[in-house]
Each structure stands twice: as structure tokens, then as C-alpha cells.
Write a protein that binds this ligand. Structure first.
Ligand code: TTP
Ligand code: MG
Length: 393
């Protein structure tokens, strides 16, 4: 397994870099993506200039504003980032059929079999970086190693615009001194727990007494023990299927108005259904998430009789699910969202239409709406007017 050549590519400050690319007056400035300055939302990402002020992903916008008063705060523009992502993945697929996307901005590529065609892995990495820069106008960092774990660690080591190779002999010198929290799969909860057990670095994990640690953290012990020794035989899986698609919003002020909640659900249903159609998927289950001002959070799910990718069906079931939450007249809502799961490739609608005339119509209508949005933008055509000032963008 040690003779594989795996690349991990991760875009640098992805959302922020797209904004800087499209508006050069933002270059070199602290750009913070996530929401309006007075919103209660969180930071999606920050440019490297903003990171110097201590701003990072998942930080409340209010805290980011405090740390970086000169920051330029911009809303998330999902359609734009998805398009940049599509272009970046097109570059990846030129160099290997084995591309496993982990998110919009990162992927593993197994280029083991591709070296005779394109040259050694490091040359492939250089070409990918060059093409992303010249065709998409963005920088990426690439890690190269013989397994996924080390390739992923490597891409993070010289960000931004990095290219890092980790050979088996680099494990002890470059990986083992790193804090345990950097190890893939060790979350915010597990890291302090492991530290209390004396495992502070990745090297400590490689030397730990597996039987003892297993008693405290279960199978996580086995996982980190192998990775810390540079053992990771997981293949690059190109057909990694998304398990769910969702949309949620934290309101700028808590909402008690049921009409407003319905309007929010309609907008979310439209966005989620559009993403399903863009990905040629249908969903079987819809889940509604609702958070009260007390932070108590509830979810309600419904499995549909037939999988769907239509706005109306998602909206109708979202309303039914909201009713199941049994909101009282004085109740207020802090966060509302829907997500769909049970995803499967879309069935060919024309076949359905051969037998029944009706189902074809909503599909055709939605495809026409999609075409208009593709051409003129997400807001070119909407069904209901959103009361924007109540919502985090
Ligand atoms: P990351 O690759 O984690 O971050 P990044 O690309 O912004 O910066 P880096 O150079 O460190 O890789 O995530 C990719 C995008 O995903 C990021 O630009 C915004 C989005 N994102 C969120 O919306 N919320 C989050 O909490 C994180 C971590 C990312
Ligand atoms: Mg990134």
C-alpha cells in the first residue's frame, strides 16, 4: 500500500479568495465571509489577512467584528462558490479518474496509475496548481503522500499556495511533533480527553498503550494509533455520495410570526430542491430543524412516499413538520432549517411522463426556472417576497 501516490488539494481561504478575485479592491484586505456585521451568525471563513487578527471559521460574527474592526464583512454567495468548485474539480479530473471530493474546496486524487501519462506526482501537483491559478484565478495547497491521512496533513502544512511532500521517513520528524488535535478524526471533544490521558502529540499516540487507551475512548484509540504510525489503507473513493443537503437560517431577531416562518421554509425548499436538481438527485426524507431562543433544538422528519426534487413537495412536507412542532402563540424561533436525505440518482422524468401526463409539468416548470436562474442569477425569479431585514443573509 506504501507505493500509492495520493494528492490532497485544498483551496486557500476558499470563499474569501473567490470574493477577492472578483473584486480586486479587496486584495490584501481582511475579508470575512459569513453575514452582516450586526448578525448573530458565524464566520464561514476569513482571508489570511483577517486571520492575523485572530478571526477564524465558526467564530460568531460579533466576535470577529470585535477582533477585526477594519474587516470587510460579506455574505455567503453559494452559487458563486459552487461554480468555482465545479471549475476546480474539472481540473482535477484531467489528471485522474479517482477524485474523491470531501467538500466544495477539497479533494483527494489517487494519481498512482497516472504518472506514466503526466509525470511524477509532484509534477501533477504543480500542473494542477498552475491550471487552477490560470483558469479559475485562485490558489490551492497540495499535499502528496502514500496515504490519505498524510496527504491531508501535508496540504495544511505550508498554506497558502503550498506544495508539501511527506515521505514515510518524514513521519517522525514532521508529523509526530504536531499536537494531537491536528490528527484527522480527533474532534474538539476528543482532543482534551486524549491530552488528559497523556497523549498530547501525534507521536504520543504512536507510542501509546493501545489496550489502556481503548478503555477510555473505545475504537477511536485504534483509529489514531494506526494513523499516528502512518498506516492508512483507505482507498480514494470517487463515488463518495452526499448524504444530505440542507439550508438553515439563524434569524437576526427571534421570530414568532408563523407567516414569516412559512416564507422562510418556502425559500429554503426552493434552494434545496434546486441543489437536488443541479446534482441530478432526488430525496426520500425531509427533516425540519427548529431552535428556540433558549437554544433547545428539535427536529422532525418525514419520509416521502416517492422521492422528489420538487420545491412544492418539500415545502408542503416542511409545513406539516412545522405543525408537528406544535408552536404555541407566544413561542419564538431562533433558527429554522430543512434538510433532505435518502438521496438517490434522479429517475428519468420523460419515462414517467410516458405513462402519466401530470408529473411532467412541475418538472418542466422547475427545469425552466433553473435555466433562468443559471443565466440571470438566483434572485432572477422568486415565488415569494422575503422580508429580508429579518434574516441573516
Ligand atoms: P476550509 O478549507 O476549512 O477553509 P478555507 O478554504 O476557507 O481556508 P484554508 O486555507 O484554511 O483551507 O473550508 C472551505 C470553505 O468551507 C471555506 O472557505 C468556507 C466554508 N466553511 C464554512 O462555511 N464553515 C466552516 O466552519 C468551515 C471550516 C468552512
Ligand atoms: Mg480550504
Amino acid at each position: 500500500m506504501n507505493n500509492r501516490r495520493i494528492l490532497h488539494v485544498d483551496m486557500d481561504a476558499f470563499f474569501a479568495s473567490v470574493e477577492q478575485r472578483d473584486n480586486p479592491t479587496l486584495l490584501g484586505k481582511p475579508v470575512i465571509i459569513g453575514g452582516a456585521q450586526d448578525s448573530r451568525g458565524v464566520v464561514s471563513t476569513a482571508s489570511y489577512e483577517a486571520r492575523r487578527f485572530g478571526v477564524h471559521s465558526a467564530m460568531p460574527i460579533s466576535e470577529a467584528k470585535r477582533r477585526c474592526p477594519s474587516g470587510i464583512f460579506l455574505p455567503v454567495n453559494g452559487a458563486k462558490y459552487r461554480e468555482a468548485s465545479r471549475q476546480v474539480f474539472t481540473v482535477f479530473r484531467r489528471y485522474s479518474p479517482l477524485v474523491e471530493g470531501l467538500s466544495l474546496d477539497e479533494a483527494f486524487l489517487d494519481v498512482t496509475g497516472c504518472e506514466t501519462l503526466f509525470g511524477p506526482a509532484v509534477k501533477i501537483a504543480e500542473k494542477i496548481k498552475f491550471e487552477i491559478q490560470s483558469e479559475v484565478g485562485l490558489t490551492a495547497s497540495v499535499g502528496i503522500s502514500y496515504c490519505k491521512f498524510l496527504a491531508k496533513m501535508a496540504s495544511d502544512m505550508e498554506k497558502p499556495d503550498g506544495l508539501t511532500i511527506i515521505q514515510p521517513e518524514d513521519l517522525q520528524t514532521r508529523i509526530h511533533p504536531m499536537p494531537i488535535s491536528k490528527l484527522w478524526g480527533v474532534g474538539k471533544k476528543a482532543a482534551p480527553q486524549l491530552e488528559r490521558l497523556g497523549i498530547k502529540t501525534i507521536g504520543d499516540a504512536a507510542r501509546m498503550d493501545l489496550h489502556t487507551i481503548r478503555r477510555y475512548v473505545g475504537s477511536l484509540a485504534d483509529h489514531i494509533y494506526s494513523l499516528a504510525q502512518g498506516i492508512d489503507s483507505r482507498p480514494v473513493e470517487p463515488f463518495h455520495v452526499r448524504k444530505s443537503i440542507g439550508q438553515e437560517v439563524t434569524f437576526a431577531e427571534d421570530i414568532g410570526d408563523i407567516e414569516f416562518l412559512h416564507t422562510t421554509l418556502l425559500s429554503q425548499s426552493e434552494t434545496v430542491a434546486r441543489e437536488l436538481r443541479q446534482r441530478h438527485l432526488e430525496a426520500k426524507t425531509i427533516t425540519l430543524k427548529l431552535r428556540y431562543p433558549s437554544f433547545q433544538t428539535i427536529t422532525r422528519s418525514q419520509t416521502l412516499f416517492e422521492p422528489t426534487q420538487l420545491d412544492d413537495i418539500l415545502y408542503q412536507s416542511a409545513r406539516v413538520l412545522l405543525e408537528k412542532c406544535e408552536l404555541k402563540s407566544h413561542d419564538k424561533v431562533r433558527l429554522l432549517g430543512i434538510s433532505v436525505s435518502g438521496l438517490a440518482p434522479e429517475r428519468v422524468q420523460q419515462q414517467v411522463a410516458l405513462f402519466e401526463e401530470a408529473p411532467e409539468k412541475p418538472h418542466n416548470l422547475m427545469k425552466a426556472v433553473d435555466l433562468i436562474k443559471d443565466k440571470f442569477g438566483e434572485r432572477a425569479i422568486t415565488r415569494a417576497r422575503l422580508i429580508k431585514n429579518k434574516q441573516k443573509p
